[in-house]
Write a new protein. Structure first.
Length: 370
């Protein structure tokens, strides 16, 4: 009889708190539709992991096996990149390559937050893992954190996906604080051009080669993203492209989410540093948005054809959410203003920029701690 009550006898306050946190994640996923594909599995995985004496965790538990096979080896994040690559259309960016600069500028939050984390007492590897939340790219955050700070994987993943879902709430106040109404009404002419198929095919190949030569450690990130994109654009693998966008993405997302949730055990998650990580994740998103806007304002000092500074904020990786927000804000100021295509170009550049930034951290951090 006592064996049947072992779960109740070992139940502690920490388990109850984690149940509440998991319940909040599941509520946000279902009721508010905040990144439901990730927050719901994460929440349920946290419940399974925080049942006292749960056989689901540990090296022989199903969640432990999934962690060792998919997270510790970085397999799940890399497979997600294949799916993401198959979903991305780089045509808007190739039509307007100037927007690459905004994809770079909007990564400012990563490095600013890294410095803040170091000042708050985190070591360099932990600080890099926290800073990458600013990539607004869940798989990149998971990939970097699993390499540098696996003990912080739970709070970093929750922060990354939570703030990605809150982009419509976070970005507008920051943009309005840094721009005037006149700036938000700036029109940007757009001319539709057809990108040759050979360019679409060569682009993922060349990006993989160049990024790999600059930072070989980034090859799994950039290479698998571009492989997925090559499947999409080659024109002869439509079935594989659809499978990557649907079956592969859905299956790996389920496994990734529930496995991340399993890392949220009470004794590791319920620490003051978790609150710091959540706070710094918000700071990273704010700095990203501000970096893109301020960079656009700086360019306008020299450009004859002005850039709408709001487009700079779309340089984060939250695609296509950020681009839609920018268009909505532009039309609120002027119903006839259409900046969606420029914002999408910056948004696509942000997806590329976040992965490159992750690759830079993966290369630089080990060099600095030698």
């Amino acid at each position: 009889m006592q064996e049947l009550l072992q779960g109740f006898l070992n139940f502690e306050l920490g388990n109850l708190i984690m149940f509440v946190i998991a319940g909040i994640l599941i509520y946000l996923a279902i009721a508010k539709e905040y990144e439901p594909m990730l927050l719901l599995p994460i929440g349920f995985g946290a419940i399974m992991a925080n049942i006292p004496l749960s056989s689901a965790i540990g090296d022989e538990g199903v969640l432990g096996i999934l962690y060792n096979a998919g997270i510790a080896t970085e397999l799940f994040p890399v497979l997600i990149f294949v799916a993401v690559g198959a979903m991305i259309d780089f045509s808007p960016l190739l039509q307007n390559p100037f927007m690459l600069f905004f994809g770079a500028a909007a990564q400012f939050g990563i490095f600013a937050t890294l410095l803040v984390a170091i000042l708050l007492g985190f070591d360099l590897q932990e600080a890099a893992s926290i800073g990458i939340i600013g990539a607004a790219d869940g798989p990149t955050s998971i990939f970097v954190a699993s390499k540098f700070a696996p003990d912080l994987l739970g709070p970093i993943s929750v922060a990354a996906y939570s703030y990605m879902s809150l982009v419509p709430i976070i970005q507008p106040p920051v943009i309005k604080a840094l721009t005037t109404r006149k700036e938000r009404m700036i029109r940007m002419p757009y001319k539709q051009t057809n990108v040759p198929k050979i360019v679409l095919i060569l682009f993922p190949i060349m990006i993989t080669v160049v990024a790999g030569l600059i930072s070989p450690i980034s090859v799994p990130l950039v290479g698998m993203l571009m492989f997925g994109n090559l499947i999409r654009v080659c024109g002869v693998l439509e079935r594989l492209s659809q499978s990557a966008q649907n079956e592969l993405a859905n299956l790996v997302t389920i496994l990734l989410g529930v496995t991340i949730g399993s890392t949220m055990v009470a004794d590791k998650f319920l620490k003051p540093q978790t609150l710091l990580i959540m706070a710094m994740g918000l700071v990273a998103f704010i700095f990203d948005t501000a970096g893109g806007v301020l960079f656009a304002k700086f360019l306008n000092l020299f450009l004859k054809n002005k850039v709408n500074p709001m487009v700079g904020a779309a340089g984060i990786s939250a695609f296509p959410m950020s681009a839609r927000i920018i268009q909505k804000m532009a039309q609120k100021e002027d119903p006839t203003n259409f900046v969606l295509m420029q914002a999408i170009s910056a948004n696509v550049a942000g997806q590329l920029g976040s992965i490159v930034a992750g690759g830079i951290l993966l290369y630089i951090v080990p060099q600095l701690i030698k």
